[in-house]
Design a protein around this ligand. Sequence first.
Ligand code: NAP
Length: 307
Amino acid sequence: MYDIVVIGAGAAGLTAAIYGERAGMNVVVFEKMGVGGQILLTQDVENYPGFPAISGPELMERFEAHAKKFGVEIRYEEVGEVKRQDTHYRIVTDEGEYDTIAVVIATGSQPKKLHVDGEQKLIGRGVSYCAVCDGPFFKDREVAVIGGGDAAIKEAIYLTQIVKKIIVIHRRDKLRAEKILQDQAFKNPKISFIWNHVVDHVDGEDKFEGITIKDANDPTKKQKLDVAGVFVYIGHIPNTKFIDIVKKTSGGLIITDDCVHTSAKGIFAAGDCRVTCLRQIATCVGDGALAAFNAGEYVERFKSSHT
Ligand code: NAP
């Protein structure tokens, strides 16, 4: 039986694993894809203290090396269910079943889709959710970025290094992004804005042929934009469908207290998958440390009452 199972190998999960392992716990991390999580999609990280300029993939390589140095075991298996047993939990993956005393859920989130006609069928052929991955396909061309948050503006700024022109389309007339990003975007000659508009549909059958947007205040007013690609950055959906024994919001975010305890004893949630007011690498790291510390205390109490 493991002491702590960590689900997800992003910043929160790897931090929990490092803290858990260093505290003498027997820890395993389950990861369905690859180590790193959402940060892998960020080219330039500038707000993680100690690293004034580092790429997301490079930072996560360091997290992984750090975890491995302390002997953290990472298993590439997808968790399908967390089952409550009499005294502990059973983790069901696509490859097996594992028993554990405590669980840290650090499964992060995935990009939200527009849910408009043409979006799904043209993913990877003009519709993208990752500027770092797909930006180079649009070298010296014109693209649209949808959204007004940190991610949309940061990635629009990143795209200025590659493409000819970026049109940011936002559903309101004010950005949500932090001021420093807004200032950079407003003074960049490659970035222009269309305010109070949303995407009506993506044009093209087998081939991307631009997008049609509509006025958010008068949906009958539509215009076609002849862009080569569209990057969608309108927020994220938590990856929490696999767990139904903890309390969640209607949007699927796991509800925790300040010490990241969930509603189920012995289960903790860390990072973007939980209700929190800020989603940054720094806050994920803080959550991971809290989760491991409290999971460790829970494991110690469990062991002393079951011997
Ligand atoms: P976000 O902050 O939730 O912003 C989503 C944006 O998309 C908002 O501007 C929202 O409009 C818009 N939007 C939502 N649904 C839409 C729809 N259906 N159609 C059109 N527009 C829609 O999400 P995010 O930018 O992905 O950021 C998520 C978290 O990560 C935030 O906490 C953010 O601070 C953090 N982050 C930080 C950095 C950084 O470098 N500091 C970089 C990336 C992300 P409204 O404004 O009208 O709601």
